[in-house]
Structure formats: structure tokens, C-alpha cells
Write a new protein. Structure first.
Length: 394
């Protein structure tokens, strides 16, 4: 956050304790003064001029007691009203769950989001959570979708949050050098940033530079929030990494692409993912993200080209969204699909035929009724997305 936002946050959280402190100080001061006045009034009883003061003080006391405590409450209520955002809490929760790798919780959170409002970062976390729960090629269109959220291409100039999230996901994808570049830029521009320092430590562990990783971890120890994490990782470096940590490191190393010529990060998203997949055909995450890009860009020809990779990647059958894309490819060209070649399930073909029959009825007088039925029965399918959502190249 910049200085203005930090100041506003401090004011918001400091308003109540500061108000209590001022009221307490004022109460003590006014109480002492009132006591002194009362004693003094006894000594001057009967002297003209003091009677008026004694008659006015009860009224002022009532006003002070009733109005003064309501002022900070009213100010806080106004601040909360004008700053309220229905996505604020889900946005913070999504960031937290993503950081902790609680993918199931992100999926559950996404189900509760209002359909008419969506945040690009929450959507990015949802897509990632769907991948980790094995649902991306099945349920991708069950949630409100911002296509740019796949790899956060929504900004001309990347924000700090975008840089951090991209660094994290590129590291998992195996694009280690670009992850290091983004994390290094965050440390350079934001100074002592805990999450970026930890990321750089992991990157150097993956690259086989434990001494450099220790330098970052020693700096991370100065951060009160990340101190325990830094010390735990330092102990792991000295005594041996845990089995689950070793699995993640080995998997990332197997996906690392050769970037000896340097990293610009300016290539299109699909090209970046295609290079990662070509380097390691077993990179399942790069494959599903590449197919997601082709789906939102309506490149059904590319889906058809890449389904041959499914068997080598360990898929037992073609995921539903890929089946639907294949049927659309042949259907829009007036060709008969070879069901035996692609092993497309009969129920998927039946759903496609039902969709086309219902879509053709929209030419008649009951256009609105037919469209509402399409939304109800096929709103989460790729059939509906392809037919009714405009989308240019990714």
C-alpha cells in the first residue's frame, strides 16, 4: 500500500482506541474541574452570579453525555458505509487461501460469490484452485470468468499484487527465471518484502544455490511475520528438506525451461505455455493452462491438435470441455466426428444435439424463453460459451 492508504488504514483501526483515550482523558479533566467548581460553589453560596452556572451545568452535562459518545460511532459508520465493498472479504480470503495452498476452500469461496460481481485476482485464484483440485477442464465455465485472469494480462503496467501472483504461478509452472525476475523487482521497489524474499529463497534452492538461499532467509528473519518460516527453512537446509518439499522441488526442476538467452516476459501467454509444454511434455499444469487459453479464445482447432497429449499426461478419458470443443469443431464445419477415434462419451454427443436443437428454436417467436432454457440447462457448458460469448484472440 502507498502512504495514503496506510494512513487511512491506521486511522480506521486507531479511531476507536484513540477516541476512548481522549474521552477518558477528558472525563478525568472535566471531572476534576467539576469537583473543584462544586467545592468552590459551596464556599460562595449566596453570591450573585454562581446560581446561573449551577442551573446550566446539568443541561450541558446531558448534551455532553449523549452526543459526544455518538460522534466517533457515527464517523466510523459513515466510513464503513462509503468504503464497503462486497468483494473485500472474499478478496482477502482468496489471497490468504492461495498463499496457504488451501485450494478446496477457494473453490468453495468462489461458489458463494455474487454472480454479478467478480474480481480478477479472485478469478485467477479460482482457476488455479480448479487445476489443483482436478476440475479445470470440467468446471472452468461453472464460475464467472475473466479470461485475462488466467495469467493476469489485464494491466498494461503490472501492479505489485500482479507481479507477486505471477511470480508464484510461474515458479509452479517451471518458468523459474521469470519468477525470479518478478520477485527481485518487488524486493528492489518495495524494500524488505517478506513474501518476495521467501520466493527468492525457494528459487535459489530449486536452482541448486543453497548459500544464496540462506542470504535471503537471513534477511527474512528480520521480518516479524515471516521470522518463523525463515528459521524453519534454514533448519531444513541444514538438516535436510522434508519429503513433501523435496517432491515440489524435483517437480519444478523437471519443468524448468532453458532460458539462457534471458527472459523478457513479453511473449503471448499461449506461446509461453506452449514452450513450457514442449520443454517438458509431462508438464500437466502448462497443458491445462494452455488448453484453457485456447478455450476462452475459441481456438477449437488448437484443442483438437493437442488432445493427442492426453494419454501421455495420464488422462483416462477426454475431459468434458475438450469433448465439447471437438464436437463444436466438427459441427461448425459440417463434418461427422469420429467418435471411436476420440472416445467421446455418448451423453456428451446427446447434450450437443439437444443444445443445437434448442439454439435453433431461437429464430422463432419464443426467442427469450429458449435463451432462458439454454442458460438453465447449458449455461456452464462450453457449447454456451462458444455460441453466446464474444471473445477475440487471447
Amino acid at each position: 500500500m502507498d502512504t495514503v492508504l496506510k494512513a487511512l488504514v491506521l486511522l480506521m483501526y486507531g479511531l476507536v482506541p484513540l477516541t476512548v483515550l481522549l474521552v477518558s482523558v477528558g472525563k478525568n479533566a472535566f471531572g476534576w474541574r467539576r469537583k473543584k467548581t462544586k467545592v468552590h460553589s459551596k464556599e460562595t453560596k449566596g453570591i450573585r452570579g454562581y446560581a446561573g452556572t449551577e442551573r446550566a451545568s446539568p443541561f450541558l452535562a446531558v448534551i455532553r453525555k449523549s452526543v459526544a459518545p455518538a460522534v466517533p460511532v457515527a464517523l466510523m459508520a459513515l466510513g464503513l458505509y462509503f468504503s464497503h465493498n462486497s468483494l473485500s472479504k472474499p478478496y482477502v480470503l482468496s489471497n490468504y487461501y492461495s498463499r496457504q495452498k488451501h485450494w478446496d476452500k477457494i473453490v468453495e469461496l468462489s461458489r458463494r460469490l455474487p454472480k454479478n460481481r467478480i474480481n480478477v485476482y479472485v478469478n485467477h485464484d479460482t482457476i488455479r484452485a480448479l487445476y489443483h483440485t482436478g476440475r479445470l477442464p470440467y468446471d472452468m465455465f461453472c464460475y464467472p470468468l475473466i479470461p485475462e485472469a488466467i495469467l493476469l494480462t489485464h494491466e498494461e503496467r503490472q501492479s505489485d499484487l500482479t507481479q507477486w501472483k505471477l511470480s508464484d504461478i510461474f515458479l509452479e509452472l517451471g518458468h523459474v527465471n521469470i519468477a525470479q525476475k518478478l520477485a527481485s523487482e518487488l524486493v528492489t521497489t518495495k524494500g524488505h518484502l517478506g513474501i518476495a524474499l521467501e520466493e527468492l529463497a525457494w528459487i535459489n534452492i530449486i536452482k541448486g544455490h543453497p548459500d544464496t538461499a540462506r542470504v535471503y532467509l537471513m534477511a527474512l528473519k528480520k521480518d516479524l511475520i515471516y521470522r518463523r518460516r525463515a528459521m524453519s527453512l534454514l533448519r531444513s537446509l541444514d538438516g535436510g528438506l522434508a519429503p513433501d518439499q523435496a517432491v515440489v522441488i524435483n517437480r519444478t526442476r523437471s519443468c524448468m525451461r532453458d532460458e539462457t538467452a534471458g527472459v523478457t516476459g513479453s511473449e503471448p501467454v499461449d506461446e509461453t505455455l506452449a514452450v513450457l509444454l514442449d520443454h517438458n511434455p509431462s508438464n500437466r499444469m502448462a497443458f491445462e493452462y494452455l488448453m484453457a487459453c485456447y478455450l476462452v479464445a475459441k481456438r477449437v482447432d488448437k484443442i483438437l491438435e493437442n488432445v493427442q497429449r492426453l494419454r501421455d499426461l495420464g488422462y483416462q478419458k477426454i475431459p468434458t470441455l475438450y469433448e465439447e470443443a471437438i464436437l463444436i469443431y466438427y459441427g461448425t464445419r459440417g463434418l461427422a466426428v469420429n467418435l471411436a477415434r476420440f472416445n467421446i462419451r455418448p451423453e456428451t454427443l446427446q447434450r450437443y444435439e439437444m443444445f443445437m436443437q434448442l439454439a435453433n428454436t431461437m429464430q422463432g417467436t419464443n426467442r427469450q424463453a429458449a435463451f432462458q432454457r439454454l442458460i438453465r440447462d447449458f449455461g456452464t457448458s462450453y457449447f454456451f460459451y462458444f455460441a453466446f460469448t464474444w471473445r477475440g484472440p487471447a
